[in-house]
Design a protein around this ligand. Structure first.
Ligand code: SF4
Length: 403
């Protein structure tokens, strides 16, 4: 293996470890960073993934390793990983020892704009790196009112904590259309995900169709490379409508593969949306409508045994569905707040196994890019490392300083 690849795999393991353990820092450490102008700020449109709330104190959304991997910033005061600021340079450290200097991601240009009716675009679609943007049309989930929200989910707690403070509310299709057009034009965005919590009336389909129309009108693109994230509809025939509306891919998150654990962890999805068998049937049907490799799912990894998760990823891959297994983060405000996710090594092993399943089934980078909202998961990184597609590979080997 080349020294660059070795260094990247070390940085990837560190990325997973810092995502699991978080990074400790004084919340005021970023007060001299030009956040909200030069650097991209975190916007809470869906879930708080820091391990505690920080209302009123801005954090950067992401940071970069020396070889170009993008790390999600997760604040955790108990972590042995930390940020150190010295002479204007931020460093990632472990037990006080510097590992490497970090850069924060630049703010996309559309974040500084407003829609024609005066809404800030950074509250309408967040920039998830590498050209991917995401809108959460509803930042609440109706399952909460019935006490049936998923036990790992903190969408309503995030909305309560940050919604008003950050000006995040319901989004209208024309606002989304204008925002997507700006991001595509000014920031080279090339993928859009539309998601949100369950709404009581289940009128998702009409809304998604209106959003697709607005995006097409404002971008001038028929195929805008959109992913529609939906709950399993009781009437599967409406899935065709999402395809006709112009979404290239569709996503339905099963969350847990073991059907008994699914019932306990996702009571709303079980009782209000057809149950585990119906979610699997939905994914299989979506693959028939959208085609192999054009359907995505996700398992929250670390709640059920690893073998069960891998069984689900393998089964769905054989049916044309790309099922990720992203690390469970015990989010603040979720029913499982305070629980522990497995050790970083557990997640590192799982990511490698999931990537190997995807590659064995022949899924390409473009397919895993097109179906995912934030295409910088460790799975995407493994593809980029193995395909040598990161910019670092095009630099002269002797010009690269290996960590
Ligand atoms: S369906 Fe579950 S994961 Fe999705 S928003 Fe509602 S509670 Fe959260």
């Amino acid at each position: 293996m080349s020294t660059i690849k070795e260094a990247l795999y070390r940085e990837l393991e560190l990325k997973i470890a810092t995502a699991v353990e978080g990074v400790n820092f004084d919340p005021l450490i970023f007060r001299t960073l030009d956040l909200g102008d030069t650097y991209q700020e975190e916007v809470h449109c869906l879930f708080e993934t820091d391990h505690e709330h920080h209302v009123g104190i801005e954090f950067p959304a992401w940071f970069l390793s020396p070889h170009g991997l993008t790390y999600l910033l997760k604040w955790d005061r108990r972590s042995q990983y930390s940020f150190i600021l010295e002479y204007g340079v931020y460093y990632l450290a472990y037990k006080g020892e510097v590992i490497f200097p970090v850069e924060f991601t630049k703010r996309p240009r559309y974040y500084g704009l407003k829609t024609s009716d005066g809404v800030r675009m950074n509250t309408l679609a967040i920039y998830n790196q590498d050209g991917a943007i995401q809108t959460a049309y509803s930042n609440e989930c109706a399952f909460k009112e019935q006490g049936r929200d998923c036990k790992f989910c903190n969408i309503n707690a995030t909305s309560r904590a940050y919604g008003e403070a950050e000006g995040i509310g319901w989004k209208y299709p024309h606002q989304i259309g204008e925002t997507v057009a700006a991001a595509y034009k000014l920031d080279g965005a090339r993928h859009f995900t539309l998601t949100g919590g369950f709404v009581a009336e289940r009128r998702e389909v009409e809304y998604y169709l209106d959003v697709a129309d607005a995006i097409r009108e404002h971008t001038g693109l028929y195929d805008f490379n959109g992913t529609a994230v939906i709950g399993a509809p009781l009437d599967l025939s409406i899935i065709e409508k999402y395809k006709e509306a112009g979404f290239r891919t569709i996503a339905t998150n099963i969350e847990i593969w073991d059907k008994h654990i699914f019932r306990a962890i996702c009571p709303g999805k079980d009782l209000e949306s057809g149950g585990w068998e119906h979610w699997v049937k939905t994914l299989e049907y979506e693959a028939e409508v959208f085609g192999r490799g054009k359907v995505r799912s996700n398992i929250v990894a670390g709640i059920e045994p690893k073998d069960s998760t891998l069984e689900g990823v393998e089964y769905l891959a054989s049916k044309g569905v790309i099922c990720f297994a992203t690390s469970w983060n015990p989010n603040p405000g979720s029913a499982l707040e305070g629980h522990r996710t497995p050790e970083p090594e557990w997640h590192i092993d799982l990511y490698k196994k999931v990537a190997s399943i995807f590659r064995r089934h022949g899924y390409t980078f473009d397919e895993i890019y097109d179906c995912y909202a934030a295409p910088i998961t460790p799975i995407h990184d493994i593809y980029r490392i193995e395909d040598e597609s990161l910019p670092i590979f095009s630099k002269k080997a002797d010009a690269v300083e290996v960590a």
